[in-house]
Design a protein around this ligand. Sequence first.
Ligand SMILES: C[S@@+](CC[C@H](N)C(=O)[O-])C[C@H]1O[C@@H](n2cnc3c(N)ncnc32)[C@H](O)[C@@H]1O
Length: 305
Amino acid sequence: MHLTVLLREATEALVTAPSGFYVDGTFGRGGHSRAVLDRLADDGQLLGVDKDPVAIDSARELAAADPRFTFYHGSFASLPLHLSELGCESVDGILVDLGVSSPQLDEAERGFSFLQDGPLDMRMDTSSGETAAEWLSRADEQDIAYALKEYGEERFAKRIAGAIVAARDTGSLTTTGQLAQVVKEANPRWEKHKHPATRAFQGIRIQVNRELGDLRDLLDSALDMLKVGGRLVVISFHSLEDRMVKRYMRDMARGEQLPPGVPVTDAALNRRMKLVGKAVKASEEELGENVRSRSAVMRVAEKIA
Ligand SMILES: C[S@@+](CC[C@H](N)C(=O)[O-])C[C@H]1O[C@@H](n2cnc3c(N)ncnc32)[C@H](O)[C@@H]1O
């Protein structure tokens, strides 16, 4: 089961016009979507998006029960294209709750878990792209080390990447169990309360799903998609994602950066967004109910011009 993170906080921040058109870019099992629909009027609309074909079933059920809801199977990175196909020029709000869902992690067949043995897949979108096994079978050792270090924040990235390359060259790297074993043996210092393959799996998952690239694409197109007054709400679980979102929102809120002392009018600063509140973290109560909420950070910005 997936416990939706920052449910009230995110939907409250997102919906400012009950008759508006909103996007839930990471539908998952629809936790946020249902709460957004609860806030919308009869003429409001919500488009759910998810890369994962398994999300289609829950989305279909919701669409059958609520005519205000429609679904698109694909990446939120291709939202501008999809919205233009729908003839929708701009939207009142976009929410993304990044990362993987609990059902994806729990299902051994999906290949995300180091705790259960399954095919080494890790794709959120199982209908396209390279699996983790395919990527690991062809990637340079350096690129593997980069993903482990940058995306997994793994200290022993080089050493582990070397062990992965040695294992794949003997043809024994096609399951999550095999990968977890290789990483475990190569990892010289195990952190308390953390499986020794946690960081490596996270790094490879982010690489395989192009997670940071998709987020970059979303941020680059967000202003074009939002109406003035429309909000972008991002929940991230990884420091790199959060840093990207924080910088983007700060830059949009600050406008042009001119050398100190240069006289400038407000209009010339070209501020495009305003920050709505500070970064939000899960409450003590939520932390007690859902461990996944521990690393969640939500940031909200509103388009002003
Ligand atoms: C944390 S879960 C979202 C859970 C959802 N908010 C809920 O309450 O059920 C993240 C979901 O986003 C999807 N996802 C991740 N990156 C995506 C992307 N670039 N485009 C579309 N969906 C994406 C994943 O497949 C997963 O289902």
